[in-house]
Design a protein. Structure first.
Length: 370
C-alpha cells in the first residue's frame, strides 16, 4: 500500500497557511516541477502530487474535511482523491492568470468602437459647425426587446449544459482523470436556446440600423483632429459598456485661402504703380472684406500681417493672423500712352541703375520674369 504524504508537507506550508500563502507555494513548486521545465525522472510524479495537494487545500470544504479526517475525508473510492470535479485549467487560470479564461468570456465586455469621416468646408473648420451625420451600428431589436425570441415566445434553458453555458468532458492526463470545461456548442455559452427566433433579428437580439447623430464640430479643427462621442459605438456584451464613436475630420481646400497652423495665408497681386506708390486695397478675409494698406516701395514676396484674422485656437482664446503674400504684376501689353510714360519714368530714374543696352521694360522683365 502506497502511503500518501501530508498535503501541507507536499506544499511546504503550515496548517494555518492563508489562501495567499497556499497559492504562492503552489505557484513556486508548479514552476519548479512542471515536466516541460524539469526533466528529472520523478518530476512528473512530483508535479502530479503538488496539483493534487493544491486541488484539495484550495477548496474550503475539502480542506476542512482533510483537516478533520485526513486523506480519508477527501478520498473517493478509497485510494486517490476524487478529481472528477477538478479542472486543471481552472487551477492554472487562478494561480498564474492564464488558462481557459471562462470568467472573462461570460463576464461583461465593452462594445467595439466605430469610426467615420466628417467632410468640412474650409469655413466650417475655421468657425465650427453642427453636423448631422448618418452612421450604421447594432442596436437592441425593437421587435423582441433583445431576447432574440419571436414575440409571444421565450428562450428556454439549454438541455445540453443545463443552463450553465459550459459542458464538461473527462480526459486522461499525466495528472490522472481531469475534467475539461468548454463552451456549450448548443447554446454557444448563453445557457439558453431559442426555438422560435425573432423574424427581424433572427435570434441575435440586435438589429443593424442606420441612425442620425448630431456632431458639434468646434472652431479651429484641422485634418489631424478626431472627435469622440463616448458610448455611441457598438453595444456591449453581457451588460458591458458601449464602445465609442470616432469622427475623423476631412477639410476640403479653399479656392483662395490656405492654412498654416493657426494662420491663414492668401496671395495678393498688385500692379507696379501700387507697389511703387503704396495703396489701400480691399482684401477678402474669413470675416468678410477688409482694408489693407500697401506700403510704398514694397518688394515682391513681402508678407503683410492682418492681426486676429486667422484661425481660432482650438484650446484657448484668440485667433491667429492672416498673412498676405504680395506679388507684383508686370504688364505684358502696353498701350502707346503707357509705353511713353514708362520710358519717361526710366529716363528720370537715371541710367546708372540700368544695365548697358537694356531699357527699363527689359529690366522689369528680367526681375519679374515677364
Amino acid at each position: 500500500m502506497v502511503t500518501q504524504r501530508d498535503y501541507y508537507e507536499v506544499l511546504g506550508i503550515g496548517r494555518n497557511a492563508s489562501p495567499e500563502d497556499l497559492k504562492g507555494a503552489f505557484r513556486n513548486l508548479a514552476r519548479q516541477y512542471h515536466p516541460d521545465v524539469n526533466k528529472e525522472h520523478n518530476a512528473e510524479e512530483r508535479f502530479k502530487e503538488i496539483n493534487e495537494a493544491y486541488a484539495v487545500l484550495s477548496d474550503p470544504d475539502k480542506r476542512a474535511a482533510y483537516d478533520r479526517f485526513g486523506h480519508a475525508g477527501v478520498n473517493g473510492m478509497g485510494g486517490m482523491p476524487d478529481f472528477t470535479t477538478v479542472n486543471v485549467s481552472d487551477i492554472f487560470e487562478e494561480v498564474f492568470g492564464f488558462g481557459t479564461n471562462r470568467r472573462q468570456r461570460k463576464g461583461p465586455r465593452r462594445g467595439a468602437d466605430l469610426a467615420y469621416t466628417i467632410d468640412l468646408t474650409f469655413e466650417e473648420a475655421i468657425f465650427g459647425v453642427e453636423k448631422e451625420v448618418e452612421i450604421t451600428r447594432d442596436e437592441t431589436c425593437t421587435t423582441c426587446s433583445g431576447s432574440g425570441a419571436e414575440p409571444g415566445t421565450s428562450p428556454i434553458r439549454c438541455a445540453n449544459c443545463g443552463g450553465h453555458g459550459e459542458v464538461q468532458t473527462m480526459r486522461q492526463t499525466f495528472l490522472g482523470s481531469m475534467v475539461q470545461v468548454t463552451t456549450c456548442p448548443t447554446c454557444n455559452g448563453k445557457g439558453e436556446v431559442i426555438n422560435t427566433p425573432c423574424k427581424v433579428c433572427r435570434g441575435r437580439g440586435i438589429e443593424r440600423k442606420t441612425i442620425k447623430k448630431v456632431v458639434q464640430v468646434p472652431a479651429g479643427v484641422d485634418g489631424d483632429i478626431q472627435i469622440r462621442l463616448a458610448g455611441e459605438g457598438q453595444p456591449g456584451v453581457n451588460g458591458g459598456p458601449n464602445g465609442n464613436l470616432f469622427f475623423k475630420v476631412n477639410v476640403r481646400p479653399h479656392k483662395f485661402f490656405r492654412r498654416r497652423d493657426n494662420n491663414i495665408l492668401i496671395d495678393l497681386s498688385v500692379n507696379i504703380a501700387q507697389a511703387a506708390l503704396g495703396a489701400e486695397v480691399e482684401i477678402p478675409t474669413m470675416d468678410g472684406p477688409a482694408k489693407l494698406k500697401i506700403p510704398a516701395g514694397v518688394q515682391p514676396g513681402k508678407v503683410l500681417t492682418m492681426k486676429g484674422k486667422g484661425v481660432p485656437y482650438l484650446r484657448g482664446n484668440g485667433r491667429g493672423d492672416q498673412l498676405v503674400i504680395l506679388n507684383i504684376e508686370v504688364p505684358t501689353r502696353l498701350t502707346s500712352e503707357q509705353r511713353d510714360l514708362f520710358e519717361k519714368l526710366a529716363q528720370t530714374l537715371g541710367s546708372e541703375v540700368l544695365p548697358q543696352e537694356k531699357g527699363f521694360m527689359d529690366l522689369l522683365r528680367d526681375v519679374f520674369g515677364g
